[in-house]
Design a protein around this ligand. Structure first.
Ligand code: ADP
Ligand code: MG
Length: 804
């Protein structure tokens, strides 16, 4: 089914599979995609056929008119011949009638009686008549008995059989004028005409007959006017016997040939004209016949070859035919030329259209004409230019599109590679929680995916107060020289962005890199949340161009490693804390045991000893009794002293276990007493300050805070070698702050909780544990030689009296 578009194209179908913008019309027959070109041949043929049809019509009309004209010409030839025959016949008739008239007049002049004698007057009349008539061969006056009374020329004999001629006889008998035929005077000559006019006497009886012989061959008669005889025509006066009376002697064969026809014609005694062909396959003859009215046995025959007679019409016909053929050929040629003139440019245009359809739009349409074809060609040229423009635009758009697609593809590929690299590194770094393992494996991977040769990590050491300290290099060292403070790595660290040197020679911060033989280097910060934990340093001994997307990818990698590093550190910290917690518990248990031992020992050593001494004193007093009052008193005094010492020891023991002051007087007096006892007694100047703590805190909170601050004070006593210590307790509304600050030797807080100090840090850890359990925070600020400041911050808002 052709689609809408196909239907719009009429019966032509779009060529499926053809890739051109413009599709030629196709013929589906044969299944293939055959181009059915509307060739201009058929158009030319149609034009020629149309012209020929028109011409045929014109020629038919022309032919009909011509044939009518030819017919008219033929008819005119017939008429002419007949007229000529008639004219000659009338001429002969005129002569005969003239003769008859002359003879009649003469006969009337002759007053003849029944004698055979004529008078001189009569002779004179006859002579004049003979002279006037002149043309007669012989004129005679024949008496009623058949004798010749008078004859002129004198001595001339009457023509053969003249006297016996039926005409003469009849005239004599009937007394009526008779015109008849006479045989020729001699054998072989043509017949003669005889005019017989009766001469009546006074009584009215026919006394004689005035008879005249007329020889039509007598030139003076000029019966057949020579001028009227056309060329190649025979003209003759003939009698019914077929004998030529006068005129051009006919070909005897013709006479023979036409005899039957002539006799037929003559028998009708009417003029006529026929075409007669004597023999088959011989050219016909035109035969015209006109009888002589006064002598019907005579008639004028004009015979002419048909070809000659109709030469003019035939010539006319021939010329017409020739002219028709020439006109037809000329017209067809002109039509053909004209058709070609039309179809040539159409062919060219069709070829142009096919070129367009094939997408060839470079060649100009060169048809310079002022007619419609020229206009069409101009429109084609305009169309070609527009199509070319459109095609060029489409092509350039396609090229641009292809370039963009390629660029995009490359970007996507790069992105994929980067993603793959980042994923691989992410997988690597997340496979371990051990800092060193992470860094080693990550470095291997990074060098692997970047194709760079050198790399290491620089990790910032924490100062404990949140600031970054020195950088630890992890990985192969870079040359023998240490980096200066302001190198690329520190810059990357400070600015938290990748820092690149494509050519280290032109980078002042990269002199060490240059000396180490590197050409291109890049320092990528290791991000973890808001912090930069260190730098990934990468280098190549050849010059490498890092594009922005490479830097982006490296940034992402740096972030991955940074996060992994932070996680690992967190994990290590948690692990260390866990270990510390275990150690703390063990220590607490051990401390408890030790405390018990100490108490047992103290009780045994001091209180037990004192009680034993007191018992021994009392026993001694019992022995002394009242006998020796002085000794007794002394003993009593000594036993009292022992008992007092024992009480003091006991009190101290109890105080150490839990200061009674804490329960009785509260946190501030208890802590002050503890500081005085442990620090003051050692010569450390204690400055104690408390504000906003008149009101007692919840009992368990007081205990926890006392234990925490007791540890801080103990640490000063144990480790600080301080000259003075400042203890400040401050409560503002619900906020509680406590600071224990000494000017002692100080220490590095970052190393305290590390596994390298397994035995240390449990006191500080205990402080942190307790405070964090209460929802507060602890800050330990210290550095070797710079004293130590332990700050505790706690919100009291959650604690109501008695809840703890
Ligand atoms: N005020 C201080 N002055 C100097 N060093 C201190 C001070 N407080 C703590 N330290 C150091 O921190 C370490 C850890 O203290 P701590 O956790 O209380 O454990 P311990 O007191 O059992 O050693 C101590 O060993 C000491 O080196
Ligand atoms: Mg301690």
């Amino acid at each position: 089914m052709p689609d809408d578009r196909d239907r719009r194209l009429g019966h032509g179908l779009r060529c499926r599979g053809a890739s051109h913008l413009f599709q030629p019309l196709v013929d589906r027959r044969g299944g293939g995609c055959r181009v059915r070109t509307l060739t201009s041949k058929s158009l030319a043929r149609r034009i020629v056929i149309s012209v020929m049809l028109g011409l045929s019509l014109i020629l038919t009309i022309f032919g009909l008119v011509s044939s009518w004209t030819v017919d008219q010409m033929v008819q005119s030839v017939y008429r002419e011949r007949l007229l000529l025959a008639k004219t000659i016949a009338e001429h002969v008739d005129d002569i005969l009638l003239y003769s008859r008239g002359e003879l009649t007049r003469t006969a009337q002049l002759l007053a003849l009686d029944s004698t055979d004698q004529i008078s001189a007057d009569q002779k004179e009349i006859l002579l004049r008549a003979s002279h006037d008539m002149g043309t007669f061969a012989t004129i005679a006056l024949v008496g009623s008995n058949g004798n010749v009374i008078w004859i002129d020329p004198p001595g001339a004999s009457m023509a053969v059989g003249m006297l016996d001629s039926p005409a003469l006889t009849t005239a004599l008998k009937t007394g009526a004028t008779q015109i008849g035929e006479l045989p020729g005077p001699t054998a072989g000559t043509g017949p003669l005409a005889s005019v017989n006019v009766p001469v009546v006497d006074g009584t009215g009886r026919v006394s004689a007959v005035l008879s005249a012989e007329i020889n039509p061959r007598d030139r003076t008669l000029s019966l057949i006017p020579a001028s009227k005889v056309e060329e190649a025509a025979s003209m003759a006066l003939m009698n019914t016997d077929g004998r030529v009376v006068a005129g051009t002697p006919l070909d005897p064969r013709d006479v023979h040939a036409h005899r039957l026809l002539l006799s037929n014609l003559m028998s009708t005694i009417r003029p006529g004209v026929v075409i007669h062909s004597a023999w088959a396959n011989t050219p016909g003859h035109l035969v015209a016949y006109a009888p002589v009215p006064s002598l019907p046995t005579w008639g004028v025959v004009i015979e002419q070859s048909r070809d000659v007679a109709f030469a003019a019409s035939q010539d006319f016909q021939r010329y017409l035919l020739l002219a028709g053929v020439v006109a037809l050929v000329t017209a067809i040629s002109l039509a053909w030329l004209d058709a070609r003139r039309v179809t040539r440019p159409l062919q060219t245009l069709a070829a142009v259209a096919e070129r367009f359809a094939a997408g060839q739009l470079d060649e100009k349409v060169r048809i310079e004409r002022a007619d419609e074809v020229g206009v069409l060609a101009h429109a084609f040229e305009t169309m070609r230019q527009q199509l070319k423009r459109s095609l060029d635009e489409i092509e350039s758009y396609n090229r641009e599109l292809a370039a963009r697609v390629e660029l995009r593809t490359r970007e996507v590929e790069n992105r994929n590679r980067q993603l793959a690299a980042t994923n691989a590194i992410a997988a690597t770094v997340s496979s371990s929680l051990e800092t060193n393992a992470i860094l080693v494996h990550a470095l291997e991977r990074v060098l692997d995916v970047t194709g760079l040769e050198y790399g290491n990590f620089l990790l910032a050491r924490s100062t404990g107060n949140g600031a970054m300290g020195e950088l630890d290099r992890i990985g192969p060292p870079l040359g023998n020289r240490q980096c200066e403070n302001d190198c690329l790595c520190t810059k990357a660290m400070r600015e938290a962005i990748p820092v690149l040197a494509r050519d280290v020679r032109s980078e002042a911060r990269a002199t060490v890199c240059h000396e180490a033989g590197l050409k291109s280097v890049v320092a990528v910060p290791l991000h973890a949340h808001e912090h930069v934990l260190g730098v990934l340093f990468l280098g190549s001994s050849t010059e490498r161009s890092f594009e922005q997307r490479d830097l982006d990818a490296l940034s992402a990698i740096g972030q991955q490693i940074g996060m992994a590093l932070a996680n690992a550190r967190l994990f290590e910290e948690v692990q260390a804390r866990e270990q510390a917690r275990v150690r703390l518990i063990e220590q607490i248990i051990a401390a408890q045991e030790g405390e018990r031992q100490r108490i047992a020992r103290d009780l045994h050593d001091s209180t037990g000893q004192s009680l034993s001494a007191i018992i021994m004193g009392l026993e001694a007093m019992e022995e002394i009794g009242t006998s020796d009052e002085a000794r007794l008193t002394q003993r009593v005094e000594r036993t009292k002293e022992l008992a007092r010492n024992a009480l003091t020891d006991l009190r101290e023991l109890v105080f150490d276990l839990r200061p009674i002051a804490l329960d009785d007087l509260g946190l501030v007096p208890a802590l002050r007493a503890h500081a005085d006892r442990h620090l003051g007694e050692r010569g450390v100047l204690v400055s104690f300050e408390s504000r906003g703590l008149k009101e007692r805190l919840p009992s368990r909170l007081e205990t926890s805070l006392f234990r925490v601050l007791q540890e801080a004070v103990n640490n000063v006593a144990k480790h600080a070698y301080a000259r003075s210590v400042s203890i400040r307790l401050l409560r503002v509304d619900k906020e509680f702050t406590a600071v224990v600050e000494d000017d002692g030797v100080g220490f590095d807080p970052t190393t305290v909780h590390r596994p390298t100090h397994p035995e240390r840090g449990l006191g500080l850890l205990g402080i942190r544990e307790r405070i964090e359990m209460l929802g507060g925070s602890v800050q330990v600020e210290s550095a070797p030689g710079a004293g130590t400041k332990v700050s505790i911050h706690l919100s009291l808002s959650g604690f109501e009296r008695g809840t703890l």
